[in-house]
Design a protein around this ligand. Sequence first.
Ligand code: FPP
Length: 248
Amino acid sequence: MSVAHSLDPQCIPRHVAIIMDGNGRWAKRQHKPRLYGHKVGVDSVQEIVECATELGVEVLTLYAFSTENWKRPADEVGGLMGLLKNYLQKELNRMLKNNIRLTCIGNIEKLPSDVREVLEKTMAETAKNSKLTLNLALSYGGRSEMVHAIRNIAEEARAGKLATEDIDEKLIDSHLYTAGLPDPDLLIRTGGEARLSNFLLWQASYAEIYFTDMMWPEFREAAFIQAVKEYQGRERRFGQTSDQVKSG
Ligand code: FPP
């Protein structure tokens, strides 16, 4: 890590989730096309993945493409798909070297077949890695994830594989795209907006949320460390009182 930091190594968030917003506005300020913002945004992705790995974060979920993003102009959607494919091809060796496992959440059936192929190949080749899980949210929406989970649960109930009483939080968790991953501890949103935009609606119930005005292409290592620092200063109560938390 190039930036010296004073983080408590005992209190690193296990799962950090990021809404990477502001690429288009950042590009506009530089009098550049929106795609240039996404391109520099990929450099931020690369830097944050490296920093998260070094800090010992276990899961980093990045909101790379939402279900709503399909409505953007075709050239922007095509450009984003191209950047994603390039990123995966370029980063495979580094993922293998740094023990990074790639996973994804979302309706990846909707991705162009060439992107899906590279994605599936990268996931297969990194499947046994165990330091950081880099989890890309692609064609992802929290509501559509819940619809997908509820349909699967209903199907299993209809087939007699489970009873209504079997439906609890754990069962729902196990039917979400994020099954097997811990819930996010820290959710970061760049770009100055303060909303969740259909991201990890179920999983982020107790996440600490950190909003910053910084645009995603400028969000680099020092900014990430600052976000983790603020997280470390917060008291996580999970619905309990402050005194209960302090007495353990
Ligand atoms: C939001 O900025 C960002 C996106 C919709 C895409 C994020 C994608 C990348 C950073 C690059 C590809 C990702 C990977 C993992 C290689 P915006 O365009 O909505 O910005 P604006 O609000 O300023 O218009």
